[in-house]
Design a protein around this ligand. Structure first.
Ligand code: MTE
Length: 318
C-alpha cells in the first residue's frame, strides 16, 4: 500500500530512453510565477516513444529539472485499480478500454449532465506543461503533460455559489481492472475518489491531462483523462475520471477513508511533515537518479499556491 516504505529505485532499473537528452535546458526566470513559453520553444525536441503528436498551442515549463524518461513514467506507476505493484498498471492496464468514454457532471451547477469525452475535450486547446510530481512514498518524477486547465472545464458547467469543493471519481470497471477484483481484503474502497477545494480546482496550475510526452495518456497513467495537481502529493492526481460533482462540504476521499492519520484532504507537499505516524517527507528520490533531493514546500510551487492556505495551520490541515 501507499504507506509502505519507498523502495530503492536503482538507475539501472529504468531503461534510459534518452528522450530528452538533446533537449536544451529550459529555465524559468528567477521567481517567475509560471513560465509560459511560446510554442516552438522546444524546437521539436519533445521526443516521445512513438505515434502522432497531440497538437499543442502553448508550452509551459515550471522547472529546470530534466524530465524523467518516458519509460520510467509509464512503467513505474501507482494505479491501484490495476494492482498495488509499481509494474502492475503497465501490465494489467493493457486490456482497459478508455474509449468510448463519458463524464458525469453533477451537483451544484447550472449545467449538470453526462458529457461524452469528445464534448468534454473539444473546446479546449491543448498545452504542454512540464511539472514536477511528488509521490507521498518518497519518489518523484518530472513529466511533460498535455492537457488544459481544470478551471476552463469547470466554468462551462456554471458552478453555483454553493459549490465549495469538487469531488472527482474514477471509473469502476472490475471486469477490466484486476485490482478492483481483488477481495478479502479489497485493495481500496472503490471507486477511487478525490477532491479539491474550489479555489484549488480553479487554480491555473491544476491541469486536466489527456496526454504525456506529446501522446495520448497510456492506460497506466490514467487514460483518457486525469487530474494533475503539482503542489500536492501524487495521490490527489486522480486518474481515469468518470464523475465530477460540485459539492458544498468537503468530500470523503479514498486515502483519507483508508488511513486518515497518514493522508489528509489537503495533502500539500510539505517537507516539515515528520511525526511518528507520518514518515519523513524532507527528501525524495527522483526516478532515474542516485542521490536524494530535498523536497520543497508545495513541491516548489509555493510562490504560486502558498497564499491559498495563508491562514491555515498546515500541520493540522495536512
Ligand atoms: N488514481 C486512481 N484512480 N487510482 C490510483 O491508485 N494513484 C495515485 C494517483 N492517481 C491512483 C490515482 C498516486 S498514489 C500517484 S503517486 C499517482 O496517481 C501516480 O501517477 P503516475 O502513475 O501517472 O505517475
Amino acid at each position: 500500500m501507499l504507506i509502505k516504505n519507498a523502495p530503492d529505485i536503482r538507475p539501472s532499473e529504468i531503461t534510459p530512453k534518452s528522450l530528452y537528452l538533446r533537449r536544451r535546458e529550459f529555465l524559468t526566470s528567477a521567481g517567475a510565477a509560471i513560465a509560459a513559453l511560446t510554442a516552438g520553444a522546444f524546437d521539436g525536441e519533445v521526443a516521445s516513444a512513438a505515434g502522432d503528436k497531440l497538437p499543442v498551442i502553448r508550452r509551459m515549463v515550471t522547472t529546470s529539472d530534466r524530465p524523467t524518461t518516458y519509460n520510467a513514467v509509464t512503467t513505474y506507476n501507482n494505479f491501484y485499480e490495476f494492482g498495488s505493484d509499481k509494474s502492475d498498471p503497465a501490465i494489467y492496464g493493457k486490456s482497459f478500454k478508455p474509449k468510448p468514454w463519458s463524464v458525469a457532471i453533477e451537483g451544484d451547477c447550472a449545467k449538470p449532465g453526462v458529457y461524452t469525452l469528445e464534448n468534454i475535450l473539444k473546446p479546449h486547446p491543448l498545452e504542454e506543461r512540464v511539472y514536477r510530481h511528488r509521490c507521498v512514498e518518497g519518489w518523484s518524477i518530472v513529466v511533460p503533460w498535455v492537457g488544459f486547465p481544470l478551471s476552463e472545464l469547470l466554468k462551462r458547467f456554471q458552478p453555483t455559489g454553493n459549490a465549495k469543493f469538487v469531488e472527482v471519481t474514477t471509473i469502476l470497471r472490475p471486469q477490466e481492472m484486476a485490482g478492483q477484483r481483488r477481495q478479502f481484503p479489497s485493495l481500496l474502497p472503490w471507486p477511487y475518489t478525490e477532491g479539491l477545494r474550489m479555489d484549488e480546482a480553479m487554480h491555473p496550475l491544476t491541469l486536466v491531462a489527456t496526454g504525456l510526452y506529446g501522446e495520448e495518456l497510456p492506460n497506466q497513467n490514467g487514460a483518457p483523462l486525469r487530474l494533475v495537481v503539482p503542489w500536492k502529493y501524487g495521490f490527489k492526481s486522480i486518474k481515469s475520471i468518470v464523475k465530477i460533482r460540485f459539492v458544498e462540504t468537503q468530500p470523503l476521499t479514498t486515502w483519507v477513508q483508508e488511513a486518515p492519520e497518514y493522508y489528509g484532504f489537503y495533502s500539500n507537499v510539505n517537507p516539515a511533515l515528520t511525526s511518528s505516524t507520518y514518515r519523513n517527507q524532507g527528501t525524495e528520490r527522483r526516478l532515474g537518479e542516485f542521490f536524494m533531493r530535498k523536497t520543497l514546500p508545495f513541491n516548489g510551487y509555493a510562490d504560486q499556491v502558498a497564499s491559498l492556505y495563508a491562514n491555515m495551520d498546515l500541520r493540522k490541515y495536512y
